[in-house]
Design a protein around this ligand. Structure first.
Ligand code: ADP
Length: 651
């Protein structure tokens, strides 16, 4: 076994790898960018090396600098995590040439599977079922459109270099093909520097079921059963689970056999995933699954497999890379219970899931699960850390395990509801709604489920009067003194608020709320929101069942598994905004104005696409918030920051 490894990654996956390395007595070296100088993975590792600036191209993608760091610290091997350099065969070659071990498959395996088109041709040859489509070299629009017509609509355009759902467009009608193609190409070019695409049949009622495989350097290959990742939003995984609900013995046998065949066809070593698409329009049938792609790395969702097999996949990766044989043969690998994983992101469901940024002023995860179930939190951040625009805005993976699907799902809904984040908008409420959704619970899940129910799943609950009262009290600064056993400290509020009363002005979802707060002699407060019920509340954490987090300009109240973010009104800021005109649309996040679809003087209607903002390598269409005439609009190609006015309307 290695005595020291370097982890060429950041965030939760770097922490995850360090965890297992430590368990195995292997020393770890972390690498970090400017933005990550104080990141959790840096503090967890035995050593850490600064590798450059915050943008990934200046740090986490600098293979040469990372290899030099490994050499300088005496690490013998490099674990790439996922993303970044994990599927870059050139990097694997450099690592090997430097006399180090890459903890992952060979460069040849990565090359064979790296491009979706070539991988499909290879799998076809190996006798693995592949989705009907055009995987050829030609890229002329006339040829692709003709192929699409031959395949039959609906079709899916995919970036051959794709990943993470980027550069992918479903097309229902030939008329939309050209537009979708240019959108897919732009996104693919931006994300992968390669705008070539393939076109395939869009599978009806598709389910995404993938098989975890593992190979070693002695020609052995096994599978660790399947994961279902059908709960997706715009082709990105939201909740994953193992095993797949409704899986039959026949389909499992056929899929796992095909997966092991695929791994063996390329002499695969290490952890890999064979992704299949399954047509579930008529139940799960053994002749209705097709190879989509192989991911030649550890997947984000690997914990669900660990929870149901009891196997530490990172440990296996280290053992195989160190030259050991697979620890278990196929018949030694079993399935126990059911597991879920939900991806908690800093993103705003109400704004079309735009990635969000911010400082995590308050962050708390549930520690205990209901009897018989388990909760596992995989995170790379702590309270006080920032979600920056430089990296993936994932905050944590919330993983649960139970004896059966229903108990594991209940544990997930519970765990997500009890997760508290203040300082950035998150998808927590959306995840909880999905975990509690009746259709999701039934197990009859296809990749379109979230899209069909999006409005329902993203409806924001309004705060009740107690939550408003708690927020108002916190807005006066009264939560700053934590509840204490010392009666004198309990009275500071009284002294501080003397003579008697204060007024707090807040807003929630754009609506102003005024509350009147009076200090009581017992150290508590009477809080009465205008037109609402009055409450007697204690400052700090003493109000049962609710947590209040105050942070600059905001108060977030967590109550009954929901969170409400209030803005503390600042009359000066308000005046400035009114002076500027109320009729404007601002950039919700930093990005590049990719496309402008309207011009000064245009009369537009609510919901009409006005421009495309590229942020975090994804395109986001900005639509008109209301009917109006445009008086000003951002210019194509301009770089904007958070809050820049993109569109102004005439009064
Ligand atoms: P990426 O590498 O970008 O993640 P994949 O090829 O893995 O792309 O596909 C991502 C998701 O897109 C799948 O999980 C599935 O939901 C959907 N998808 C892919 N191919 C098809 C298809 N032919 N028909 C319908 N949906 C598809």
């Amino acid at each position: 076994m290695f005595s020291k490894i370097l982890i060429a990654n950041r965030g939760e996956i770097a922490c995850r790898v360090i965890h297992t390395a430590r368990k195995m007595g292997v020393k770890t070296v972390a690498v970090y960018s400017d933005a990550d100088a104080r990141a959790l993975h840096v503090s967890m590792a035995d050593e850490a090396v600064h590798i450059g600036g915050s943008p990934v191209a200046e740090s986490y993608l600098r293979g040469d600098v990372i290899i030099a760091a490994a050499k300088a610290t005496g690490a013998q091997a490099i674990h790439p995590g996922y993303g970044f350099l994990s599927e870059n065969p050139g990097f694997v070659d450099q690592v090997t040439q430097a006399g180090l071990v890459f903890i992952g498959p060979s460069a040849d395996s990565i090359r064979a599977m790296g491009l979706k088109d070539a991988a499909k041709r290879l799998m076809e040859k190996a006798g693995v079922p592949v989705v009907p489509g055009y995987h050829g070299e030609a890229q002329e629009i006339v040829i692709l459109a003709t192929k699409a017509r031959e395949i039959g609509y609906p079709v899916l355009i995919k970036a051959r270099a794709g990943g993470g759902g980027k550069g992918m467009r479903r097309v229902d009608h030939p008329d939309d093909f050209a537009d979708a193609l240019s959108g897919a190409r732009r996104e693919a070019k931006a994300a992968f520097g390669d705008d070539r695409v393939l076109v395939e049949k869009y599978v009806d009622k598709p389910r995404h079921i993938e098989v975890q495989v593992f190979g070693d350097n002695f020609g052995n290959a096994v599978h660790l059963f399947e994961r279902d990742c059908s709960a997706q939003r715009r082709h990105q995984k939201v909740i994953e689970e193992a095993p797949a609900p409704g899986m039959t013995a026949e389909l499992r046998a056929a899929m796992t056999e095909a997966a092991v065949k695929a791994a063996k066809a390329i002499g695969y070593s290490g952890a890999g995933t064979i992704e299949f698409i399954v047509d579930a329009s008529d139940g799960l049938k053994p002749d209705r699954f097709w190879f989509m792609e192989m991911n030649t790395r550890l997947q984000v969702e690997h914990p669900v497999t660990e929870m149901v097999t009891g196997i530490d996949l990172v440990e296996w990766q280290l053992r195989v890379a160190a030259g050991e044989e697979l620890p278990l043969a196929q018949d030694g690998i079993g399935l126990d219970g059911h597991a879920f994983e939900a991806r908690l992101y800093a993103e705003d469901p109400a704004k079309g899931f735009l990635p969000a940024i911010g400082t995590l002023h308050h962050l708390s995860f549930p520690a205990e699960a209901a009897p018989g179930t388990e909760i596992r939190i995989e995170t790379g951040v702590r309270q006080g850390d920032a979600i920056s625009p430089f990296y993936d805005p994932m905050i944590a993976k919330v993983v649960t395990h139970g004896p059966d699907r229903a108990s594991a799902l209940e544990a997930l809904a519970d765990a997500v509801s009890r997760t508290e984040v203040a300082g950035s908008t998150t998808n927590a409420a959306f995840l909880a709604a999905l975990a509690r959704d009746a259709d999701f619970a039934s197990g009859d899940v296809d990749t379109g489920l979230i899209g069909r129910k999006q409005d329902e799943l993203t409806t924001m609950a309004a705060p009740g009067s107690r939550a408003i009262a708690l927020a108002a009290l916190a807005a006066t600064g009264a939560t700053a003194s934590e509840a204490s056993d010392d009666p004198w400290s309990g009275l500071t509020g009284y002294a501080h608020f003397n003579p008697l009363a204060r007024r707090a002005t807040l807003s929630f979802g754009g609506v102003d709320i005024v509350a009147h707060i009076t200090a009581r002699p017992d150290g508590r407060f009477d809080v009465r929101p205008d037109g609402g019920e009055a409450f007697v509340l204690a400052a700090g954490a003493a109000n049962a069942g609710a947590t209040v987090a105050a942070w600059p300009g905001h108060v977030t109240v967590f109550e009954n598994g929901r969170s409400f973010d209030f803005t503390i009104s600042d009359p000066f800021a308000r005046a400035a905004e009114i002076g500027e005109g109320t009729s404007s649309m601002r950039a919700p996040m930093p990005g590049l104005v990719k496309l402008v679809r309207a011009a000064k003087g245009d009369k537009v209607t609510k919901g009409q696409p006005l421009l495309v903002l590229e942020a975090m390598k994804m395109e986001h269409t900005i639509t008109a918030t209301h009917d109006g005439v445009i008086s000003e609009i951002a210019t194509e190609g301009s770089q904007v920051t958070d809050g820049t006015v993109l569109v102004r309307f005439e009064d």
